[in-house]
Design a protein around this ligand. Structure first.
Ligand SMILES: NC(=O)c1ccc[n+]([C@@H]2O[C@H](COP(=O)([O-])OP(=O)(O)OC[C@H]3O[C@@H](n4cnc5c(N)ncnc54)[C@H](OP(=O)(O)O)[C@@H]3O)[C@@H](O)[C@H]2O)c1
Length: 366
């Protein structure tokens, strides 16, 4: 691998340190190189706090050596927001060239940072390790370009593709290692969405139970917002575990919009479509009003099938066990899902083993 790609890969790995803290901002990593050696690095940790480039520049004590180059995963910003413009700091620092993984996908700022750097005589090269850089900000990119969150559907399924027993009795399908893996996905999601039906059957907590140390971070992280679809407001909020936490919650329904401060619940009324809550509208609200980049969905097959029908998904994750539940079990999604008309562009992207469980990652391709 040529050196410049090694440096960008390093910037990508540093960017990932922000995975549990930086949303709704994108993950960004940056290294400064002089004489073929990394002399400083930085990443973006929190919205409102320094951007990666500024951290990397400030980490250097004194003046930057001549002919230093910067490798940054995302185009530096040129606007003054909660922090100063990165382009300002870069032009003042004396850096000669900036390698940029990808342009900022936000149409409001896309290309402006590069233009400004070039106006100050700083050379730029765009698209280094582009495919890898794109992967770290799928959620941010989806939200700013499509005004929808990046939607992950997750199911634990039996060997015969069932998600529950015929009596809906809740028993673990996946093993400890698979469930542990889900904790990391939850931690990197802005929200976790389920249905009142699944709350009644499973009584899940739907939170992150990992410590900062286990997540490999030093600072506190935000618990994902807990979101429930409950058309007729059928849930008794005093009864279920999900309401015991102080986490922010949203209940989408067809009746009222109001705020319950005691339980930290936003009730949001949405229109119906085919007698069900309109899913596209819900996703738009989560992207626009709650700035959600990544939304994890942990619900049953009725909702999953409807999301698939409306093409409201980007990724499907299955944790598949090696036990059968039997024909009368509850289906994940229709049996012929991978051949049916809703999924012309879906491909198996990754497979991982957790002892006797297999994690299957399917991605929707455009
Ligand atoms: N293995 C797993 O990974 C896993 C994960 C979660 C759940 N489960 C299991 O799944 C079972 C429940 O699954 P399920 O398929 O019966 O129910 P579900 O998909 O969890 O919930 C369906 C309900 O959601 C509500 N809903 C509101 N808007 C909707 C929309 N636009 N589209 C679809 N549904 C909408 C409807 O009820 P209202 O109209 O009354 O609101 C609908 O009946 C439970 O046994 C649970 O244990 C398994």
């Amino acid at each position: 691998m040529p050196n410049k790609e090694i440096f960008m890969q390093k910037a990508i790995s540093i960017a990932k340190k922000g995975a549990y803290t930086c949303s709704p901002n994108p993950m960004v990593g940056c290294v400064i190189v002089n004489n073929n050696k990394i002399i400083s690095e930085g990443y973006h940790e929190f919205t409102g706090k320094n951007h990666a480039e500024i951290n990397a520049i400030e980490n250097i004590k004194g003046r930057l050596p001549n002919n230093s180059e910067m490798f940054v995963t995302l185009e530096p910003c040129s606007h003054v927001g909660k922090t100063g413009a990165c382009t300002d700091m870069i032009t003042k620092s004396g850096i000669k060239k900036v390698y940029i993984g990808m342009l900022d996908p936000n149409p409001l700022v896309n290309g402006k940072g590069v233009k400004l750097l070039n106006q100050f005589g700083i050379k730029t090269e765009i698209g280094l390790c582009l495919e890898d850089v794109k992967k770290i900000n799928l959620g941010y990119t989806k939200r700013v370009t499509k005004k929808l969150p990046y939607i992950i559907l997750k199911h634990a399924i039996s060997a015969d593709n069932k998600i529950a027993y015929s009596d809906y009795k809740s028993k673990w399908i996946s093993n400890n290692k698979s469930r542990d893996d889900v904790q990391y996905i939850r931690a990197s999601s802005c929200g976790i969405l389920t249905t009142a039906r699944t709350v009644k059957y499973d009584n899940p907590r739907l939170n992150v139970r990992k410590t900062k140390k286990e997540l490999g971070i030093k600072t506190n992280f935000k618990q994902p917002v807990q979101i429930i679809l409950d058309s007729s407001l059928s849930l008794n909020i005093k009864k279920y575990k999900i309401f015991m936490s102080r986490n922010k919650k949203i209940i989408f329904n067809s009746k009222i919009s109001k705020y319950n401060s005691q339980y930290s619940i936003d009730y949001i009324k949405v229109p119906l479509e085919d007698n069900r809550l309109k899913l596209k509208k819900i996703m738009e609200i989560l992207a626009k009003d709650y700035e959600m980049n990544v939304l994890l969905i942990e619900a049953g097959g009725i909702l999953f099938s409807n999301l698939l029908k409306h093409q409201l998904f980007d990724e499907i994750i299955y944790y598949k066990s090696n036990n059968n539940i039997g024909d009368d079990g509850i289906d994940s999604i229709s049996n012929n899902f991978f051949e049916n008309k809703y999924n012309p562009h879906i491909k198996l992207d990754n497979v991982k083993f957790f002892d006797d469980n297999i994690k299957l990652n399917y991605m929707k391709s455009e």
